[in-house]
Design a protein around this ligand. Structure first.
Ligand code: KG4
Ligand code: ZN
Length: 337
């Protein structure tokens, strides 16, 4: 079976072609066109601008991915995301489905992020705990099997990626904030500033990151009274912020893993590309639950891409969970669980 994946929920246009034979995945094409250069100028994504830039790029990417062959089905992100951006991918997928007379599979973007893990490891054992950390979501999702999701905790305000982006903005770092802050943190001292670890000891699996942003704002205000923000101090602030976010994510993930007796943990989403998080999460799990494997996608499958959408599509296709082009619609508020 060959699945064409299409992703356009925010500011990456992505097309992939995934072939699955006897349960074995073979990625035939993985194309991502980033709009970073465009959004750098405004320091963030302007939805209407993002949507307009998907339009001229997508047809070229599709012809490069598919050539003259015809896939068996199309998996497309229908939500959550920016509605104008989603519409470009969704309407394109519907048109191709009609033209080629092949079924469509609407995919939830967060489900796609989770399934990035299955691209390299098709036999992850259940129950699994998914730590989803992206620009718009920070969630702990319990998976009892393919397609069975229970959200056991989520952020009450900003997502982890949003915290990285907003704090990077406060610090005058370039867009996209997460990778910029993380780069600046490399030479810093993570213990230099004692930033709060919000909700670290709450008895639930929820998160809150907006207080951290405020703490950094006050820290900058106080510092500016006594010293200049030198590159060394900036690195120390970045490392301390990064450590505060990582501490909360690691502690909450471990607590949820224990509570729900999971046999595997999967990490996913753009923030999972963060080296400190990848390293410390792996180390902490190894120490506390040596028998529980942690799966983390390679960097290129952490941030938005269409291979993860095709992978999620495969598990729906296996169950003949297809839709027809005339019923599929963009759903910008779609909650996975
Ligand atoms: O999953 P994603 O590509 O898009 C959404 O679905 O939101 O995640 C994007 C988020 C952004 O907030 C970005 O700053 C963050 O992931 N991010 C990172 C890193 N790379 C991307 N955050 C921290 N460290 C990174 N290395
Ligand atoms: Zn995403």
């Amino acid at each position: 079976m060959t699945i064409l994946g299409i992703e356009s929920s925010c500011d990456e246009t992505a097309v992939s072609l995934l072939k699955v034979m006897r349960g074995k995945f073979s990625l035939r094409h993985h194309g991502v066109s980033s709009q970073i250069k465009i959004h750098e100028k405004t320091g963030g994504v302007v939805p209407e601008v993002a949507a307009r830039h998907h339009v001229p790029v997508l047809p070229h990417m599709l012809s490069r991915a598919v050539g003259s062959s015809r896939p068996d089905c199309i998996a497309v992100t229908t939500g959550p995301g920016l509605v104008t951006s989603l519409l470009v991918g969704v309407e394109t997928a519907k048109t191709l489905s009609y033209l080629w007379d092949i079924p469509l599979i609407p995919i939830n973007h967060i489900e796609g992020h989770i399934y990035a893990n299955w691209l390299l490891c098709p036999h992850i054992p259940f129950p699994a705990l998914a730590l989803v950390v992206s620009g718009g979501h920070t969630e702990l999702i319990l998976m009892r099997g393919h397609g069975h999701y229970t959200c056991i905790g989520r952020t009450r305000d900003d997502a982890a990626g949003e915290a990285f982006d907003k704090i990077a903005n406060l610090l005058g770092l370039p867009y996209p904030g997460g990778p910029s802050l993380s780069n600046a943190a490399r030479t810093g001292d993570a213990n230099a500033f004692a930033f709060p670890r919000p909700m670290l000891n709450s008895q639930d699996s929820d998160f809150s990151f907006s207080g951290l942003k405020t703490a950094v704002l006050y820290c900058l205000r106080d510092l500016s009274r006594v010293q200049r923000l030198t590159p060394a101090v900036l690195s120390d602030i970045c490392a301390s912020v990064e450590q505060a976010i990582v501490d909360v994510l690691v502690v909450k993930t471990l607590a949820a893993a224990e509570k729900f007796h999971v046999v595997s943990i999967v990490g996913c989403g753009g923030v999972m590309a963060n080296r400190r998080l990848r390293h410390q999460l792996r180390h902490a799990i190894k120490k506390k639950f040596p028998q529980v494997p942690l799966y983390v996608p390679p960097m290129k499958f952490c941030t938005d891409n269409a291979s993860m959408i095709a992978a999620a599509g495969y598990f729906h296709a296996k169950n003949k969970n297809f839709s027809s082009w005339h019923v599929v619609q963009a759903n910008p508020q779609w909650e996975l669980a």
